[in-house]
Write a protein that binds this ligand. Structure first.
Ligand code: ATP
Length: 356
C-alpha cells in the first residue's frame, strides 16, 4: 500500500489553458495516507474521474507531479504503478469461469497455485458467488458480472492502491449495501489504500474515512463524515451533504452577532470576515428548533418521512427548513430558535474561521 502525494497537480483537456476556468481540475496539493479509504464525491462533471485517472496513470496531468511513497510516478503506466481498478461497468473475460476470472490477476503474477486457490475462494465468498465458481461468466447477469469485476480488483494483496469508479451503479440496491459494508470490512482487514469515486453521498459517507468533496474542478473539503456534517468548509458541501442540505440565509455580521432579517442572533465566537464579503448564516435543518419561543416563522409545508418530519418555513422572507421528530407538535403560532454551537457563518461561500 502506498502514500499518495498529489504535488501541485492541475489538468486541462484543451491546449494552452490561459485562465482558471480552462482547467477541468484546479490545483490539488495534498497527501493521501497510506492505507486510507477515500471517497471522491461531487456532482457530474466536477472532475472526479479526471483526478482518479491521474492517480491511476490513465491520464498525465498538465502540471504537477504524483508520487507513491515519495517516488515520482507521473510518467509511469497503471501497470507500473501497480494499481487495481474497478470501473462502472464489468471488465471480465466472458469465456472464462468465474473462478478463472478471479484467479487470472494472480496467475499472471505467478502466485503459487495454493495461494491462488485460498484467495479466490475467500473473494468468492465475499462477493457471494461461491456457488457459481465453475460457471462461465458469459451467462451471468450484469449484477453478477460486476461482482466479478469487484472481486478481480480486490484479489491481489500486493497492490499500491485500489481505485473504484462508481463501481456499484449496476448493482441492485440491497446488494449495494452488502457490498459496501464488505468493502469497508476488507479495508479494515487488509488496510488497502482505496479511492472510491461516487456522486452518492450515502455511498461516500459509509465507505470512506475521509471524503474528498469536489465542486467545479476543485477540492472544496477533505474531511470525515462528521466534519462535513458539522463544519462544511464551503456552502456547496453544506448543500450537497445532508438530506435536506444546510440552510443558508443572507446575513450581516457585527462582531459576535449575526443579523438575519430583523433578528439578531448571538454567536459563540466572532468570525473573521473581510469587509464587503457576502455573508451567509448556515444552519443544518437538524438544529433548527420549532416551538413557542424565538423568532416568528410561517409554516409552508410539512413532509412526513417516516420517523421524522421535514418542515419548510418562511423566516423573514427566506426558506428555512427544519427536521423534527414525527411526534413533534408544531404550535399554532410557531417560532424558531437555533442551536448556537451548530451555526456556521460563510463569507463569499467559504466558512469564516472564528477567533480563539
Ligand atoms: P461524472 O460523474 O459525470 O463522470 P466527473 O466528476 O467524473 O463526472 P470528469 O469526467 O472528470 O467529471 O470531467 C470534468 C470536466 O472535464 C467536465 O467538464 C468534462 O466535460 C471535461 N472532460 C472530461 N473528459 C474530457 C475529455 N476527454 N476531453 C475534454 N473534456 C473532458
Amino acid at each position: 500500500m502506498a502514500r499518495i502525494t498529489l504535488d501541485h497537480i492541475r489538468h486541462a483537456y484543451g491546449p494552452k489553458p490561459s485562465s482558471e476556468k480552462d482547467y477541468a481540475l484546479k490545483e490539488v496539493h495534498h497527501e493521501w495516507e497510506h492505507g486510507g479509504a477515500y471517497a471522491l464525491l461531487g456532482p457530474s462533471g466536477c472532475g472526479k474521474t479526471t483526478l482518479l485517472n491521474i492517480i491511476s496513470g490513465l491520464l498525465t496531468p498538465s502540471e504537477g507531479k504524483i508520487l507513491f511513497d515519495g517516488a515520482d510516478v507521473t510518467g509511469r503506466s497503471t501497470e507500473e504503478r501497480n494499481i487495481a481498478q474497478v470501473f462502472q461497468f464489468p471488465v471480465i473475460y466472458d469465456t472464462m469461469t468465474v473462478y478463472q476470472n478471479l484467479a487470472f490477476p494472480l496467475r499472471n503474477r505467478k502466485v503459487p497455485e495454493a495461494d491462488v486457490d485460498s484467495r479466490v475462494r475467500e473473494i468468492l465468498e465475499m462477493i457471494d458467488l461461491s456457488d457459481w465458481a465453475n460457471r462461465k461468466a458469459r451467462g451471468l447477469t450484469a449484477d453478477q458480472k460486476q461482482k466479478i469485476s469487484l472481486g478481480r480488483g480486490l484479489v491481489r494483496k500486493d497492490v499500491n492502491a485500489i481505485l473504484f469508479d462508481e463501481p456499484l451503479t449496476v448493482i441492485d440496491p440491497h446488494m449495494k449495501w452488502v457490498l459496501r459494508s464488505q468493502l469497508k470490512r476488507l479495508h479494515r482487514q487488509f488496510g488497502f489504500t482505496m479511492v472510491y469515486v461516487t456522486h452518492d453521498q450515502t455511498e461516500a459517507l459509509t465507505f470512506a474515512d475521509k471524503v474528498v468533496v469536489m465542486y467545479e474542478g476543485e477540492i472544496v473539503q477533505i474531511g470525515t463524515p462528521v466534519e462535513l456534517f458539522e463544519r462544511p468548509r464551503h456552502t456547496f458541501v453544506g448543500y450537497f451533504i445532508g438530506s435536506p442540505g444546510m440552510n443558508f440565509l443572507p446575513a450581516k455580521l457585527a462582531g459576535a452577532t449575526v443579523t438575519v432579517g430583523r433578528h439578531k442572533i448571538p454567536l459563540e465566537r466572532a468570525p473573521t470576515v473581510a469587509a464587503n464579503a457576502k455573508v451567509e448564516f448556515g444552519i443544518r435543518p437538524e438544529f433548527v428548533r420549532l416551538g413557542r419561543e424565538g423568532f416568528p416563522i410561517q409554516v409552508l409545508k410539512v413532509e412526513d418521512v417516516g420517523r421524522q418530519k421535514i418542515v419548510r418555513t418562511n423566516f423573514e422572507g427566506h426558506l428555512l427548513t427544519a427536521i423534527v421528530s414525527e411526534d413533534a407538535e408544531i404550535p399554532a403560532e410557531p417560532h424558531v430558535t437555533f442551536k448556537q454551537s451548530a451555526i456556521n457563518i460563510y463569507a463569499d461561500s467559504w466558512r469564516a474561521e472564528t477567533e480563539g
